[in-house]
Structure formats: structure tokens, C-alpha cells
Design a protein around this ligand. Structure first.
Ligand SMILES: [Zn+2]
Length: 56
């Protein structure tokens, strides 16, 4: 799983005018899923299911 930082750098993601993370392919705002077992949050595109880990 890529990090959101890497996704932004590789143009898989972009930030909209409200500073929200969007999937570049679908132009959908990523959903956030918190896994209590992990130190990072998982951000998922509701359209294509792409997953990114968001490091604190
Ligand atoms: Zn997508």
C-alpha cells in the first residue's frame, strides 16, 4: 500500500480546494478508515477501491 504522500507525489492523489485528498482517476474524496491495530489511517477511494496509508 502506498502512502498518501507518495500518492500525491506520483499524481495518484490530489488535494481539492478544501484540502481534502481526492483520487486523481475518479475525482472522488477518499474515505478514512481507522484501524486501531495500526499506527496509520487507511484512506480508500469509494469508486475504484484504491488504498493509501496516511502516516501521522
Ligand atoms: Zn479512485
Amino acid at each position: 500500500m502506498k502512502s498518501t504522500r507518495k500518492g500525491l507525489r506520483e499524481s495518484d492523489l490530489f488535494k481539492d480546494t478544501y484540502d481534502r485528498l481526492n483520487c486523481s482517476h475518479c475525482e472522488m474524496v477518499l474515505k478514512k478508515e481507522n484501524d486501531t491495530e495500526e499506527v496509520f489511517a487507511v484512506r480508500t477511494c469509494p469508486e475504484c477501491g484504491a488504498e493509501f496509508k496516511e502516516l501521522p
